[in-house]
Design a protein around this ligand. Structure first.
Ligand code: PMP
Length: 366
């Protein structure tokens, strides 16, 4: 038999995305704090809208008109400047595909979202990885690596998996340092968790310049990860490019209906943000109270905390020990962080159990 079709060389080099696990090694269901989902569930308004979604034998509205209008109203953005995606993952991929290819470079930071690497490689472009600044985004390091073949720069704000956050002045400095023909993608999957007063200015950059795409998702604070809806905003030329190459029916009837209801449910967003801020602060304080066990929680503006381990208790031991206690978290050796464990902020009870588990393990490992 012949060997069959041969994938493009750059496709063979891709490491497929490894999602957060949802079960233990023996298949036992565990409480999942590995994928930064919403511990409060889904917006009740969105759940109520599910049954009213358009009939399943009909194709969805290819333009998600009602949903774009609602998003535009909430954020004061002209719906013509909004593009919808099957999760924001799709938009990140489309951004790379639309603007980069073989011979081009796609630039991002070390310890940023793993999809950037896949997005770059799948269109044949070369990923270029800038050093971090104490696990955050280093604007100078990114700018130093811009070359004549740089086509796209990805920055997540807040960043996953570190939780770090660039203030508006740094984001503006990054943008100002880029040539006008380089697309700056500002991935705001966790933006709603940031205190509202700390606007990073991403929407203003996207409104004022022709080379900025800001992406958002319904997967996190709106609790709709399973429905796969994300959106982006940028200049009409960018929106047009992404619309040309996206799937025509990329947001399902159910996803459109649920997201539309979720946009209007500001109470749920506020409740989730407040829960997250409270539990994140409590969790970090409980880790800091542990004393000198080598556990360093990085400051986070998102709905997770990355803990770096440098003592007798390793990240791998903590990961396995928490799994034994019924929790699946995200250990990150594949992302160059073998001593990093990312834990999604769960309910108060879950965070108490995790903190107690880490304390017991750290003391036992002493
Ligand atoms: N960007 C970042 C930084 C993320 O962490 C995630 C989710 N892991 C996404 C984008 C993609 O989310 P979704 O495709 O569910 O919108």
């Amino acid at each position: 038999m012949s060997q069959g079709p041969i994938p493009k060389s750059w496709i063979s080099a891709i490491h497929a995305y490894v999602p957060g696990k949802s079960a233990g090694a023996d298949g036992r269901p565990l409480i999942k704090l590995s994928a930064n989902e919403n511990p409060l569930g889904t917006s009740p308004a969105a759940l109520a809208a599910r049954s009213e979604a358009a009939e399943t034998h009909r194709y969805p509205d290819p333009d998600s008109k009602a949903l774009r209008a609602a998003i535009g109203e909430v954020h004061g953005i002209d719906p013509a400047r909004l593009v919808m995606g099957t999760g924001s993952d799709e938009l990140l991929n489309l951004a790379a595909q639309g603007y980069a290819g073989v011979g081009d470079e796609v630039l991002f930071s070390r310890y940023s979202f793993s999809v950037y690497d896949i997005a770059a490689r799948r269109c044949g472009a070369t990923p270029v990885i800038a050093p971090d600044l104490d696990f955050g985004t280093d604007v100078d390091a990114l700018l130093a690596l811009v070359s004549p073949t740089t086509r796209v720069v990805f920055v997540a704000n807040p960043n996953n998996p570190t939780g770090s956050y660039l203030p508006a002045s740094e984001l503006a400095r990054l943008h100002a340092g880029l040539p006008a023909d380089v697309l700056l993608v500002i991935d705001q999957a966790y933006a709603e968790y940031v205190a509202p007063a700390d606007d990073d200015g991403a929407f203003a950059l996207a409104a004022a310049h022709g080379n900025v795409l800001v992406t958002r998702t319904f997967s996190k604070i709106f609790g709709l990860a399973g429905e796969r809806v994300g959106w982006g905003t940028g200049a009409p030329g960018i929106v047009d490019t992404l619309n040309r190459i996206r799937g025509p029916f990329n947001v399902t009837n159910t996803a459109q209906a649920m997201a539309l209801a979720a946009v209007g449910d500001r109470d749920f967003v506020t409740a989730t943000r407040e829960h997250n801020a409270r539990e994140r602060a409590r969790f970090v304080a409980s880790l800091e109270a542990l004393g000198n066990h080598g556990l360093r929680p990085l400051p986070s503006e998102a709905n997770f905390v990355l803990i770096l381990f440098s003592g007798k208790l390793t990240a791998e031991m903590a990961y396995n020990g928490l799994a034994e206690r019924g929790y699946i978290t995200r250990w990150l050796p594949g992302q160059g962080l073998p001593q990093g464990l990312r834990i999604t902020i769960g309910t108060a009870e879950q965070m108490d159990e995790i903190a107690a588990g880490l304390r017991d393990m750290a003391e036992a490992a002493r």
